[in-house]
Design a protein around this ligand. Structure first.
Ligand code: F6R
Length: 592
């Protein structure tokens, strides 16, 4: 998704902005651009932008001499990636430059009106109306002009505005995230904290409706015309967290971090008080999430129903706002980034209906953490690769712990599962011994156009997650199915050599899974199974088997998912895909 950065201070803005932009690359983008207020008598705004990666922008951009500037990575929503559609956008006179994250939903009518009034609008974007509105309202005071311009905007925005006539940056936020980094005699602006973490870890998170006027020495924030104070926060993140540290890709680094992530999430959540667990008397629960987090939610549903007997349903954040939904009193929201627009909008809808929200998120200070009633933090650390891996595993651990804490849990089973949870880091570590064989298997997948993942019970969502990982990073069409559903349609697609990846956990579904495997084999499928280390019989029924350390079946999704992450990773690597930044995708999906 679009990334925003801004700088004002005494240093040259250009190298700082480029550096900050490169730290936002993980969000996914197709164009980039920069605007700097020139350090000469003209104070003109110089802009360089195109449908290029940040590396190319750095190489090709002429030196922009100035101490105040803004920059952007664009993920196309309105209009294809092109020079004209890239940000920053300017008004007719080139006096104002704007970078924007979000979507202006009424831009068509604003654009028509501005054209009638003589404005020359040259891009297909929703954003370009903003500098023209500022131009229209400017009477010598940038802050006032921005405030007037945003009164006519509908939709979501985080904007940073640069003006040739005023040595300051003006920012405004509604619905899209924005953070201001504070340092002596210089200030940083970003849509995402990792962008500025090399420069400062003292930040202010803006709230919806805030307008900020930022100079090198001051930050003045107003909301509804009143000046307000926003608390300064310390961010606990260091540069090493967002570097590859010797790994070829962030994704494999993050997969390898998972034993540590499980350990840290367990230790941290051991401090969870009953205040943070599911309410004692709840009759039913909902879980809201998107993508991989949604699959964590499906596993959570299974665990909560199995262990607590509380009816639970899981909904996509993107669906909640488009249908009538009957919410229970308590809703769990799962979001790695804490910024997914579909999830945040659902949270707001639910909160208006009086529902209490419990967020499980990986990003302290994220919008979800700030607007939820209660928050549990997963301890995955910054996840840079677009494909979620360690954050998913951390979400599972948080969901297990949340469930184990519930007063209705039988103490014996709680103790057994808590002890078993503690064995998972070592068992996850052992999975890395499988890498050479997983890579061999990946070689087979690279030749395939379709892959099926099948699971049953608690491992059905693992099949969905395995297929999502393969699709998004290896660009191979994959489907995840509840194994029993194969015979209800998809079997028609099975023919000789088509890979079927079957998760054959040691649970009450085992025999049924073996039957599904036989059905697939009978049609010539190439079956790759994931099975328990104690399973001595499956080898004869399948083409390849990966044995995972034995654990309680409710915890088995953790180990199975890691194997499937590695399979997707090696397949993508062998196919030469841009693993960390898959095409068209973004890490933080900040538009609905
Ligand atoms: C897939 C992936 C996405 C995210 C989804 C929700 O690998 O990363 O499907 O899981 O966009 O993101 P969060 O969890 O940040 O709300």
């Amino acid at each position: 998704m679009c990334g925003i950065v801004g700088y004002i201070g005494k240093r040259q803005a250009e190298p700082i902005l480029m550096d900050c932009l490169s730290r936002l690359e993980y969000r996914g983008y197709d164009s980039s651009g920069i605007a700097v207020r020139q350090n000469d008598n003209s104070n003109n705004i110089s802009v360089y932008k195109n449908a290029v990666r940040v590396e190319a922008l750095k190489e090709k951009s002429p030196h922009l001499n100035g101490n105040t500037g803004i920059a952007h990575t664009r993920w196309a929503t309105h209009g294809q990636p092109s020079l004209l559609n890239a940000h920053p956008h300017l008004d007719c006179s080139g006096r104002f430059a704007v970078v924007h994250n979000g979507i202006i939903t009424n831009y068509q009518e604003l654009k028509q009106q501005l054209i009638i009034e003589g404005h020359d609008i040259i891009s297909e974007t929703d954003t370009e109306v903003i500098p023209h509105l500022i131009e229209k309202y400017y009477k010598g005071n940038l802050e006032e002009a921005v405030k007037l311009a945003i009164t006519v905007l509908k939709g979501s925005y985080a904007i940073v505005v640069l003006c040739k006539d005023e040595p300051k940056l003006v920012v405004a936020k509604m619905g899209s995230p924005m953070v201001i980094g504070i340092s002596d005699c210089e200030k940083f602006i970003a849509s995402d904290t990792p962008a500025i973490i090399s420069y400062t870890n003292k930040v202010i998170y803006l709230e919806d409706g805030d307008v900020g006027v930022i100079t090198e020495n001051s930050i003045v924030i107003t909301k509804n015309g009143e000046e307000i104070r926003r608390e300064e926060k310390q961010v606990h993140m260091c540069k090493a967290d967002i570097q590859k540290n010797g790994y070829v890709h962030f994704m494999i680094k993050e997969i390898h971090e998972q034993p540590r992530v499980i350990r840290d999430t367990i230790v941290d959540n051991a401090l969870l008080t009953t205040k943070l667990t599911i309410g004692k008397d709840v009759q039913s629960l909902s879980i809201i999430a998107c993508g991989t987090s949604y699959y964590a939610g499906l596993i959570g549903e299974y665990v909560i129903e199995e262990l607590l007997g509380i009816p639970t349903n899981v909904s996509f954040g993107s669906e909640v706002n488009h249908r009538r939904m009957i919410f229970p009193n308590e809703v769990i929201v799962i979001t790695q980034s804490g910024e997914t627009a579909d999830v945040l909008t659902s949270m707001k809808t639910m909160q208006k209906a009086g529902v209490k929200t419990l967020a499980i998120t990986n990003v302290p200070g994220s919008t979800a953490s700030r607007i939820s009633d209660r928050t549990i933090y997963t301890k995955a650390g910054p996840e840079v690769s677009v494909a979620a891996t360690k954050s998913f595993i951390a979400q599972l651990i948080a969901l297990y712990q949340l469930t184990l804490l519930h007063p209705s849990m039988s103490p014996g089973l709680r103790e057994q599962l808590a002890a078993e949870l503690n064995t998972l880091p070592a068992k996850a570590e052992k999975l890395f011994d499988l890498e050479p064989r997983i890579m061999e298997c990946a070689r087979y997948l690279t030749q395939c156009t379709d892959v099926f993942f099948i699971g049953r019970g608690i491992n059905y969502p693992v099949a969905l997650e395995g297929s999502l990982k393969l699709k998004e990073i290896a660009y191979i069409h994959a489907e995840g199915y509840a194994a029993g559903e194969l015979k209800h349609g998809p079997l028609a697609l099975l023919c000789a050599g088509v890979p079927v990846i079957a998760i054959a956990a040691q649970d009450s579904n085992y025999e049924a899974m073996v039957t599904s495997i036989k059905e697939a084999k009978a049609r010539g499928a190439y079956v790759i199974a994931l099975a328990d280390e104690n399973d001595k019989t499956i080898d004869d029924s399948v083409d390849v088997v990966f044995k995972v350390p034995h654990t309680h079946f409710l915890l088995s999704p953790v180990l199975h998912t890691i194997v499937l992450q590695l399979l997707a990773y090696f397949t993508a690597k062998l196919r030469g895909c841009p693993i960390d930044f898959p095409r068209n995708l973004a890490k933080s999906v900040t538009v609905e």
